[in-house]
Design a protein around this ligand. Sequence first.
Ligand code: CYC
Length: 197
Amino acid sequence: MTHSTDSYTLAKWLAAEFSNQAQAIENPPLYAHIQVSIRPLPRKLLTGYCLYLEQAYAFMLKKPYRTRVIHILEHKDSILIENYELHKKELFLGGTRDPLILNKISTEHLIKKEGCDMNVEWTGHSFVGTVVPGKSCKVVRNGKTTYLDNSFEVDQNKFISIDRGRDPETDELIWGSIAGPFHFSRIKSFENELIAT
Ligand code: CYC
């Protein structure tokens, strides 16, 4: 194994509750206060690591606006993250705070977001991921089809991410942060729940 295929470390660094509170307090109109919680799934669903993700406004943690399963796998000489939506997602709300809920997720609930895999590379001190090229990750927002243009970086201390939707013809920015990336810090780690595979 090399750093660039060290999916266990990547999974440990992502398995946490992250908050951008400092950034939101500093720039209230530009950044909402968001919590991203990523918790290992207790059952082994697929080869590699599967984690459940909830993204929520800090004042509405019980109503996350985006829930996903992410699947971290080693692929050739690097790491790939697949994103899945959940069939019957309402059954799993709050799962990042209750592993008993997460126990109910099985492979039948997973709906793959095609074209939305993320390629992950080791920088020497962190992992950086970007969606696969080709404008293939389609996101429909307010009736308009966009493609995802994003990147993230995670290390021992922080998680930085920027997600934007662009017009497939003109590349014009349609949704997402105009002010730059979200800066999250780890407020709680779930790394001890991960079992190395
Ligand atoms: C979409 N964010 C996405 C998508 C990916 C990621 C792949 C498109 C596929 C999908 O809908 O699941 C990002 N996936 C990731 C990241 C990882 C990953 C970072 C590594 C853990 O596996 N995203 C933010 C901000 C917030 C945001 C805090 C405000 C801009 O990081 C929003 N992301 C956001 C939205 C979408 C999205 C609104 C569109 C999907 C939707 O509307 O449901």
